[in-house]
Design a binder for this molecule. Structure first.
Ligand code: SF4
Length: 454
């Protein structure tokens, strides 16, 4: 096999982007069945991967994965730089760890394989080991269960780093009420469909957007349509300025068990700069409201916000840690199309220090799930931390793709997981199109599930 210029190969290009961003040099790769030859900036590197350690890679994926490792090894030799996640560019590194376990390895051997085969750093392979231990007994493989996801695409203002569909609620009140009416219908039809097909709901997650940006009546109507299903039930109330005693009471009345109140940072200057319409004091006020009603609480923080130093991040982490929420999620900033970020977060080398600090200083918490995104600062990851036995089952099963997702709302992506096959269906992303094409798209979604269930 020969690839004259890896720019034409998405997977190999992703490896080069780890080192250079989008502007990477011409790299060619050749494999003669024994040796990989990589040409990079007039240098040629040769690699032989016949060692038994590479036998872990399933035959169907071997050539592809070894090609990525060869490009990584050449870039490492040329630049002298190592990446925390080595040659891995995918969203879910844990899947490869589970692949090793299915191969018959124990955790120690699997962690060693992550280091030796995929060039993952000692620290990140240890994180994978911790996560797999935390997920023990919680990664449910059952076609009988589905997670219900409900999407509310409205917020108070737009954060500078946002790439989601999110409309300002104040300008779209009337539309949001019409939207919620259709969303309630989609939820009812989806629940009925799952029940008719012998499926149970494992957990519920209302995300966005900011669901609590809805007016009280719409919020109540939405939660009533979901109902109290007696399972783990998360509602994002991400913007602290949308959290009121009334909203918290509505959630309690409808069976919500877990809420996400997200400061992102406790630095008021940064909060203003990134376009969030609240202060750190608003966050503490919102936190007290939901804590008083005994919800499990998750708090999101972002590492790598523009202008923030490692000390700023540590202050935010310590401030949240002092509250002892059940879950803390640390995101490393990613610059995506559609966001208004002006700087290059992937060039912020302090983000690695922020993530490493989280991994070593959150006493009493352990990492329980992680995922990576493209163009993420420092090529790092988002990590969810949890107090013992308070892990969010929705996050685990959705991220590990062990339970399917019935998703409702604009831009929501359903996943039918049947017999190991994943079938995806995306709702209309644009809110106006979601409304105008609602009936047609709902039928298409249920048809998609019907075909997957056969
Ligand atoms: S709260 Fe979330 S969805 Fe809303 S604007 Fe900010 S990042 Fe986007």
């Amino acid at each position: 096999m020969r690839v004259d210029d890896i720019h034409v190969d998405t997977e190999l290009s992703d490896v080069a982007r780890l080192f250079y961003g989008d502007d990477f040099p011409r790299i060619s790769l050749e494999y003669d069945g024994n040796t990989f030859a990589v040409e990079l900036c007039d240098k040629r590197y040769f690699f032989d991967y016949s060692d038994a350690v590479y036998g872990i890679i399933p035959a169907a994926h071997r050539a592809g994965r070894l090609s990525k490792i060869a490009v990584y090894d050449a870039l490492f030799a040329y630049t002298g730089r190592a990446m925390a996640w080595g040659a891995l560019t995918g969203v879910r590194p844990t899947k490869l760890f589970y692949e090793c376990l299915r191969f018959g390895m124990d955790n120690t051997a699997a962690a060693e394989t992550m280091r030796k085969v995929y060039r993952v750093s000692d620290m990140r392979s240890a994180v994978l080991d911790d996560i797999i231990n935390a997920q023990n007994g919680k990664v449910l493989f059952s076609p009988e269960y589905y997670n219900l996801y409900v999407h509310v695409p409205y917020c108070t203002t737009r954060c500078s780093y946002c790439s989601f569909v999110s409309a300002p609620i104040a300008k779209n009140r009337a539309q949001s009420q019409e939207y919620v009416g259709l969303l309630c219908d989609e939820i009812a039809r989806s629940k009925e469909f799952l029940a008719q097909n012998g499926k149970k709901i494992l957990s519920v997650y209302i995300g966005g957007g900011t669901p609590s940006a809805l007016d009280d009546k719409s919020f109540d109507e939405l939660l009533a349509a979901i109902g109290d299903l007696g399972c783990e039930y998360t509602c994002e109330v991400g913007r602290p300025d949308t959290v009121t005693a009334q909203k918290a009471d509505i959630m309690k009345a409808h069976g919500v068990t877990r809420v996400c109140v997200n400061p992102q940072t406790l630095n008021d200057k940064t909060l203003a700069a990134i376009g969030r319409s609240h202060s750190a004091a608003d966050f503490f006020r919102a936190y007290d409201i939901v804590r008083a009603r005994d919800f499990d609480i998750n708090c999101d923080l972002i590492a790598g916000l523009e202008g923030e130093t490692v000390d700023d991040f540590i202050k935010s982490l310590d401030g949240v840690r002092a509250l002892c929420p059940q879950n803390i999620t640390v995101h490393s900033l990613s610059k995506k199309n559609g966001s208004a970020i002006r700087y290059e977060p992937d060039e912020n080398s302090d983000v690695g220090k922020m993530l490493d600090h989280s991994l070593t200083h959150l006493d009493g918490y352990r990492p329980y799930y992680l995922y990576r995104q493209k163009r993420q600062a420092g090529n790092l990851e988002n990590i969810g931390f949890s107090l013992s036995d308070r892990e969010c089952v929705n996050n685990i099963t959705t991220m590990e793709e062990t339970v399917g997702v019935m998703a409702c709302g604009a831009g929501a992506i359903s996943k039918a997981i049947e017999n190991g096959n994943i079938t995806r269906f995306a709702n209309m992303r644009d809110i106006s199109l979601y409304i105008s094409r609602y009936a047609e798209k709902l039928d298409a979604k249920l048809d998609c599930f019907r075909s997957a269930f056969v």
